[in-house]
Design a protein. Structure first.
Length: 133
């Protein structure tokens, strides 16, 4: 799905798809950035809170359920006192850009693993994996 909303309103697109396609939360895999992980790290999780991520918060609110799979892609944190929104919307550092393709490929592989083998096996394979900078 390629939402036409702002990220913070992701639930609008997801909610519409759920209604029209008669999906359940178990059918959903959301890939999103995670500032609580170092750049290039992956973590697959089923359910849980939104962790301050406004897009995930909106999806949970619209669905009334948080029991979907998340593929969290680490982007690191801004410097202490730095603005989080500005940080996640800025361009990647030169050192990060060198490995960005590998991060994207690993993220896509993680989604494929979730779909083909299930979340638990995908977690065992991908959680904690970090692409070197």
């Amino acid at each position: 799905m390629l939402p036409q909303t702002f990220m913070n309103l992701s639930g609008a697109s997801v909610g519409s798809a759920f209604k029209s396609l008669k999906l359940t939360p178990e059918d959903l895999v959301v890939v999103h950035d995670d500032i609580d992980q170092p750049f290039g790290s992956l973590k697959i999780r089923v359910g849980g809170g939104h962790g301050g991520h406004n897009g995930i918060r909106h999806i949970c609110q619209v669905l009334g359920n948080a029991d979907f799979v998340r593929v969290k892609v680490g982007v690191g944190r801004p410097y202490p006192g730095g603005d989080v929104a500005q940080f996640v919307l800025s361009t990647f550092a030169a050192s990060e850009q060198k490995t960005l393709v590998s991060v994207i490929v690993d993220s896509a592989s993680a989604v494929e693993a979730v779909v083909e083998r299930g979340p638990l096996l995908a977690m065992n394979e991908f959680n904690g994996r970090v692409v070197s900078i």
